[in-house]
Design a protein around this ligand. Structure first.
Ligand code: NDP
Length: 330
């Protein structure tokens, strides 16, 4: 079966040359296993971290072994009583067209309740990241101002909408005018800032957030997040969810020290990894499903077609080619 392996550990920005297209044998189906055909493959910025061997919260990918990410697959044969032929499942699976997998770790998903790809986004890992990061760490209160970076992406677009559901004023930062427009027209953000065309981000944030920033949901880190520091309010909370602007850096960026800003404002900053909140995932999915069914949440997806385009779709995340969740349809 067609397989994509990690060929090199990228230095700096990853490249198509870091991936290897091969074919591999499909192992014989054992008791307790299912045979799966991949349908939708999730590409995510955090995979960049696993391509390097620096210690992190999940182990690095091994060289010359398949890359693993969230995948929605169809069961084509089953030796596991929990799954039948024709079922759809989501799981952390290998970048292969067909593979065998143990039943544990697979979750059945219902194509009649939502589109299959939605289980990789709004009803999957990125939806949970938005909901749990914002509520558990951000502790948002009605009337406060929420600022979201990476706002037009999979996580950010959901964060902003949840902020609106909870009664906050919501401002988003994104990389194109088209995305800023989408934030306001589709996702209900009150204001948007295009960081690529804005010379003075700190001033632009002050203008868009006249009452200051109470909750900052940070998906990008770097210079954008520094500019936010000049605008944080007393007792504000920052959710350090991601730092895509520095994932490809070969040296740690020289940053201003955040400490004086936090001290002056009794402000807090906390890292957040969605996998550390596994006990809250079922309740989170329930809430997201409810809001989706009530049309309180909507979502965008950028769907790329074809197994061979998985690596390029991943690379395109770093050039902002996606609106909402980037997925590859096989
Ligand atoms: P997105 O859908 O947001 O895709 C990435 C987006 O990042 C791009 O569309 C682009 O939008 C933006 N971007 C790329 N490069 C830069 C840059 N140099 N500066 C600013 N923005 C940039 O991805 P996700 O929603 O999946 O992930 C968003 C963040 O959340 C990532 O940092 C990711 O690592 C993190 N994350 C963390 C999790 C956790 O548990 N902590 C779980 C899931 C995600 P634009 O056009 O606006 O530049």
């Amino acid at each position: 079966t067609k397989t994509i392996n990690l060929k090199n550990r990228p230095a700096g920005k990853p490249d198509l040359k870091d991936f290897d297209f091969t074919t591999s044998e499909i192992s014989e189906l054992q008791e307790g296993e299912v045979l799966l055909n991949s349908k939708y493959v999730s590409v995510d910025p955090y995979l960049r971290g696993r391509m390097s061997d620096a210690p992190s919260y999940i182990p690095p990918f091994e060289l010359n072994k398949p890359i693993v990410s969230g995948i929605i697959a169809e069961v084509v044969e089953s030796k596991n009583s929990n799954f039948s032929k024709g079922d759809h499942v989501s799981g952390m699976l290998e970048w292969k067209e067909t593979q065998t997998a143990k039943g544990d770790g697979l979750l059945k998903v219902d194509p009649d309740k939502a589109s299959l790809s939605a289980y990789l986004g709004i009803l999957g890992m990125t939806g949970l990241t938005a909901y749990l990061g914002l509520t558990e760490i951000g502790k948002p209160k009605k009337g406060e101002t929420l600022l979201v970076s990476g706002a037009a992406g999979a996580v950010g677009s959901v964060v902003g909408q949840i902020g609106k559901i909870l009664g906050l004023r919501v401002v988003g930062i994104a990389g194109t005018d088209e995305k800023v427009e989408l934030l306001k027209s589709k996702f209900g953000f009150d204001e948007g800032i295009n960081y690529n065309t804005t010379k003075n981000m700190s001033e632009a944030i002050a203008k868009a957030c006249p009452d200051g920033v109470d909750v900052y949901f940070d998906n990008v880190g770097g210079d954008i997040s520094e500019a936010v520091l000049f605008n944080i309010n007393k007792f504000s909370r920052t959710i350090n969810c991601g730092a895509i602007s520095v994932y490809n850096n070969t040296e740690l960026p020289k940053s201003i020290s955040v400490q004086p800003f936090l001290v002056k404002k009794s402000s807090s900053m906390q890292g957040f990894v969605v996998f550390d909140y596994a006990d809250k995932h079922p309740a989170g999915i329930k809430q997201l499903t409810e809001w989706l069914n009530q049309d309180k949440l909507s979502y965008s997806e950028t769907i790329v077609e074809g197994f061979e385009n998985i690596p390029q779709a991943f690379l395109d995340l770093f050039d902002g080619k996606n609106k909402g969740k980037m997925v590859v349809k096989l």
